[in-house]
Design a protein around this ligand. Sequence first.
Ligand code: HEM
Length: 401
Amino acid sequence: MGTRMTFVTEEEGINVFLKSKEVNFELAVQNPVYRTASIPKNTFLTLHEKLYIMMKGKLGTFNLYQLTGQLTEELHEQLENLGTHGTMELNNLVRHLLYPVTMNILFKKGLFPTDERKIREFYQHFQAYDEGFEYGSQMPECLLRNWSKSKKWLLALFEKTIPDMKTYKSAKDNSMTLMQAMLDIIETERKEEESPSYGLLLLWASLSNAVPVAFWTLAFVLSHPTVHETILEGISSVFGTAGKDKMKVSEDDLKKLPLIKWCILEAIRLRAPGVITRKVLKPVKILNYTVPSGDLLMLSPFWLHRNPKYFPEPELFKPERWKKANLEKLAFLDWFVAFGSGKYQCPGRWFALLQIQICIILILYKYDCSLLDPLPKQSPLHLVGVQQPEGQCRIEFKQRK
Ligand code: HEM
């Protein structure tokens, strides 16, 4: 389709991808951003750095722990809807929890619909948009009729709700939501007409990877009995054994449960995005090749994470390998690049980890859970982002006495 891509697979090429000043994130993603969210090139390039710096600050570890209470409350609220017991697709369970929690926290409390019909409609359109994202990022919209319909539906949802988001004030404090802070910047730059597009982009970025990661983490934990048991022991030692009350989760509690964080990171390692990309600005030399300017340089976190030189027994789910990472100092394991790297590394990574940690603690604290199906395979359909499961994977849950 007229795009030249060069995949880097060896250390020298990977270092060029991660460190060279001659390769650029913004110009690599600008076209996909235009196709998927209709943000014109000049607007994207004007706003990108300002928005990134704001997101990095608001979702950085310093500010993030203020969200712990809110995340716990919202998750408790959504868990109430599950009732005392049941069986459902694990993927759906995770969606039922994380769609509303993410939207109510990052956009505006109460944004997620509560009416059954509207919820169903939201699910249908977001899933269609997410599933077709890859095609939508490469092909003209007129060739993707259903995808385009869902994209328009989501843009219209933001068009309608943005005025409310602007005037919303948190009942508890004066803090702005992430979307409110984005709208401020967009307004200062007089680009208000693009606000719904940015809403859509943030919605996709905040859900498309975090939801499957929560799925895989729970699926891996529940299919590894020793890990599952050790986690349950940890949870009871911190919160007691009863499952009913709406307990609070603090930063200290989370520190006492490192295994859960390791499990999330290990699930991310094994289901990392298929590719990340940079545009070559000036020819770069890699081994004996010169990659010409204009090429897209491609790196596969998924593939890199399977190199036994960097991750021994790479196919195995081994959360304990994360013991070596200096997570206190916010460092992952060397060669772990699931969140990208460099100047524009994923600004939502700490939020994603925190949200999934609390989600797993609350589910396992409140319910006895087991999988009714074996761990599914990952779907090979998507290259951008975390893989979805292929085939069914049901969970049975019963409230603890
Ligand atoms: C486990 C879940 C997640 C994974 C694996 C993930 C992965 C990534 C990756 C690979 C990139 C591209 C970085 C690069 O090319 O160097 C990225 C960018 C981004 N992510 Fe995440 N992400 C996750 C969760 C989130 C969440 C929860 C949010 C929002 C709260 C978020 C917001 C973003 C944004 C806004 C960007 C674009 C940054 C920019 O424009 O410079 N991500 N993410």
